[in-house]
Design a protein around this ligand. Structure first.
Ligand SMILES: [Zn+2]
Length: 92
């Protein structure tokens, strides 16, 4: 794994930890930093990172806390508190 990929993993963990502690602003900071590292190094973001972050407001999503999850037509629909929705195939 490249240094940049490791850095992204680490930032993902920090974002998750901050969100767990209820510090959404710090979580966003780490999410944005991870996106920037990925961009600068032309790396894709890990799937779990993409699933648990909002594309619109960079929140780290915690279903039941700042996001709602429902199933619809074989898809998982995640709605962030900001209103942004993301859809994923159920078994992907
Ligand atoms: Zn959002």
């Amino acid at each position: 794994m490249s240094v940049a990929a490791e850095r992204i993993e680490r930032l993902h963990e920090l974002a998750r930890a901050a969100a767990t502690e209820g510090d959404q602003e710090r979580a966003r900071y780490y999410v944005r930093l991870a996106r920037r590292v990925a961009e600068r190094n032309r790396l894709g973001l890990p799937r779990t990172f993409r699933r648990f972050t909002c594309d619109a407001c960079d929140a780290y999503l915690r279903p039941g806390r700042n996001a709602r999850v429902r199933l619809q037509d074989g898809h998982v629909v995640i709605t962030c508190d900001c209103g942004e929705q993301a859809r994923y195939p159920y078994d992907d």
